[in-house]
Design a protein around this ligand. Structure first.
Ligand code: AMP
Length: 117
C-alpha cells in the first residue's frame, strides 16, 4: 500500500485540513511555502494523467473549499500537481499541492535552465 493510501486508512497520521467522501487535504510534512497543503483522492490513482474529468469536477470544489478555509482565496495561492518523473513526482498517488501564505517564486527548471530540456 502506498504512503498516501496509508494516510487515507489512518495508518499514518496526518495534519488534516478537510475531508469529504472522496478527498483529504492535509499539511505537507516538508513545506515549501508558509502554507503547503496536499489534496489527495481517497481512491488510489497514480497521477494526474490517469485522473478522470468526472473526478476532477469533484476535486475542484473541494480544493476551493480548502483554500477558503485556509484564507488563501483572498491572498492567492499556487495549485500544482507533479506528474511522472520529469514532473518531479515522488509519491505515486495523485496529489495537488496548494502553496501560499507569501509571495511565491516561479522556478520550474532543473539546475541549468540554459540546457535544452
Ligand atoms: P511530489 O514530489 O509532488 O510527489 O510531492 C510529494 C510530497 O509529499 C512532498 O512535498 C512531501 O513532503 C510530501 N509528503 C511525503 N510524505 C508525507 C507525509 N507522510 N505527510 C505529509 N506530506 C508528505
Amino acid at each position: 500500500m502506498c504512503i498516501f493510501c496509508k494516510i487515507v486508512d489512518g495508518e499514518i497520521p496526518s495534519n488534516k485540513v478537510l475531508e469529504n467522501d472522496d478527498f483529504i487535504a492535509f499539511h505537507d510534512i516538508n513545506p515549501s511555502a508558509p502554507v503547503h497543503v496536499l489534496v489527495i483522492p481517497k481512491k488510489h490513482i497514480d497521477c494526474f494523467q490517469e485522473f478522470s474529468a468526472e473526478d476532477m469536477a469533484k476535486a475542484t470544489p473541494f480544493i476551493q473549499e480548502v483554500t477558503s478555509k485556509l484564507g488563501l482565496d483572498k491572498t492567492g495561492y499556487r495549485l500544482v500537481t507533479n506528474n511522472g518523473s520529469d514532473g518531479g513526482q515522488e509519491v505515486l498517488h495523485l496529489h495537488f499541492h496548494i502553496l501560499g501564505g507569501g509571495k511565491l517564486k516561479w522556478n520550474h527548471y532543473h539546475d541549468d535552465p540554459k540546457k535544452a530540456i
